[in-house]
Structure formats: structure tokens, C-alpha cells
Design a protein around this ligand. Sequence first.
Ligand SMILES: *Cc1c(COP(=O)(O)O)cnc(C)c1O
Length: 397
Amino acid sequence: MGPGPINADPRVLRAMSAGLIGQFDPAMTDYMGQTQELYRRVFQTRNEHTLLVDGTARAGIEAALFSLITPGDRVLVPIFGRFGGLLREICERAGAEVHVREIPWGTVFRPEQIAEAIAQTRPALVAMVHGDTSTTMLQPMDGLREICDRYGALLYTDVTASLGGNPFDQDELGIDAATAGLQKCLGGPSGSAPASFSPAAVERIGRRHSVEAGLRDPGQFPSEHRIRSNYFDLGMIFDYWGATRLNHHTEATSMLYAAHECARIIVTEGLAETIERHRVHGAAMHAGVLGLGLRDFGEAQYRMNNVVAVHIPEGVNGDAVRADMLTDFAIEIGTSFGPLHGKVWRIGTMGYNARRDTVLSTLAALESVLVRHGVSVPRSGGVEAALDSYRGAGNPA
Ligand SMILES: *Cc1c(COP(=O)(O)O)cnc(C)c1O
């Protein structure tokens, strides 16, 4: 019940145990096509270039940024948590001239702050996180497209922690590139990065290793590579997933099965229903921790549905509480990074773990552990507040 990774859905684990097939087996390419179509529905996009980058969420981020950035490009990175810092580092490694704007953890950017920063820096690319699990804040993205269009900037966002659990409509928001991972709201293991790219992003990336070049002289690669990575060269990855099926890497077959099943589960439940499930169980967990007398962290109206941060009570050893939760109840809750280290716990309700039984047992366990650590908490305060929250939401399972 931490900020991720979470328990994978048993259906995903089962899908991963299916037998392996060759990467150009028609069954395999058909499965890749199905996966692309499923993720178009999860990202809410018509982008043809919707696919998986093999690797953890960071692989998706790195592929997007290394491929979108030409060394020397100006890139704006608005930072409101730890993962914004990661985007900055990756942009720097990709050779960009990086400009950052930072705001206190627990807050989000107002559109006018971003508009002003874009006007000042005139970036070729704006890269920002959507939901940053380090602070539990969800950055509103409305209106950013229009601001970026004024200066011809592309817009990239990391939706690893938010996708599937919070509203995100890539086409409606006009996001050029979005990348995710399976181990948060999508309910799978880490190791595959679903990603989607707009026609403008695809044009920017270009087709370095174009179909014609590859077919004319297979094995001969241009001596000048704008994209300073082979594995994360999206031009090549597009050709691999596209009609030409030009060989690049060997698709990680078991992770493809996992990613396919994660999206199939969401599409079967319904994307809106999946997001609503995250909202309801997240709200119950939030009500529950308040019911235990704990204080929440950050701007309440911008909290993500799927993770809540609470202040560790004065005089309590946060790591000792986490250790007791894990040892005595087999429940993991999260610690924190940077300015929040030792100050807050982060408790998740995402993917397969966004359920009533997991929320209630986590709150009951936390009450018991807090009492043993000398914290005076309202008796059953957490469980009762969560049950009230569920009653208010029509008492879902
Ligand atoms: C969890 C998380 C990641 C994780 O990246 P991995 O490479 O899968 O560890 C990236 N971005 C955000 C915003 C996250 O919350």
C-alpha cells in the first residue's frame, strides 16, 4: 500500500506465464497491434504511434526525451517534486539547454506561471510530470497546449503515477508525448513503459533510420546520429512497431503480455470506472487517515486519487512504524524523499490494491501500530471514517 510498486493483478501474473513466441510470428505481431489499440484507449488518443518501450517507466521517459531533444535545444522543466528533478537530469544528459522553475513541494503550477516561464525561455520542449508520487500532487494540464502553441513548443508529460487512476485525456489536453509504467494504477509489475506520441512529436523525432535507408542497405547506419542512444531511438522503435517491422531489439515478450493484460483489464472494467474506483478508495483512505487524527500533506484539491501523504506524528519514528506494519501485518507503506524525508508517510491505493478490504485492513493495522508507538488515536477512527466515506459513495465493494 505504498506509492508503488504495488501488488500486480493476478490476471497479469497469469498472462506473463504464457509461452513465448518468435517476434515475427503473426500471433506476436497481432498481439503487439492489439496492445497499441488498448493503450490508445487508456491514453485516450488516436495517436498511431502508441506503443511500449521495453524497460521501466524511466526507459519511456528517457526514450521520449532523448528522441525529442536535439543537443542544444532549450527545454523548460517545471519542477514540483522529485520526478521533475529526474526529467531535468535526463534532459541535461540529452544535451539540452535546460531551464527550470521550481515551486515548493505540495503545490502545483498555475497556468500563468508556466505561460510566463515559456515566454521567458522560448523552449523547443516543455517537460513536466503529471502526477508526482513524491508529493502526491497532480498537476492540472488544461490550457498548456495553447500556451505551448504560441511559441511552437512540444509538450511532454510523465504520467507513470497518474495514468489509469486520474483523469488524463491525451488528445483533449493536446499532449505531444506521454509515457507511463505498469507498476502504479495500471496494476502490473515494473518493466514496460507504455507511451504515446502525437504526429507533431513523430515529425520532430524524424525517421533517422528510415524504411528506405534500412531496406536499401540493411545493417548500414548513418554515421551521424542525432539521437544519442540506440536502445532509446524512437525513430527505430517506431519502425519496429510500425508496418515495416524493422528489427530493433527483441520485444520483451512476457512484459508485452503483462502490458496487454493491464490495459485489457482497464478497458474491460471501463476507463472511467477504473478512475472512479481509484477516486472512491483513495477518498476512503484519505478520510481514514484523517479519522486516525493524522494530518494530510499538500494542497488538498490537487491530490492524486491514488496516493495520500500524511505527516508522521511528533516524536514517532516513521521507519519503525513502517517496519512494524510490514513485519506484523505484511503491509508496506511508503517513506519519502528529499525535503519530506522523515516527515511524511505515503499510502497508496492503486491498481489491484484500490479495494475496500485493502483500505480497511491498512487503516486497522496502522491504528494498532500507532497505539503501540504511543500515539493516542481515536478508537477505530480510521476504519469508521473510511466506512462513512464509502457509505457517502454508495457503498461500493
Ligand atoms: C514511480 C514513478 C516513476 C518510476 O520510474 P521507474 O523507472 O519505473 O522506477 C517515474 N515517474 C513517476 C512520476 C513515478 O511516480
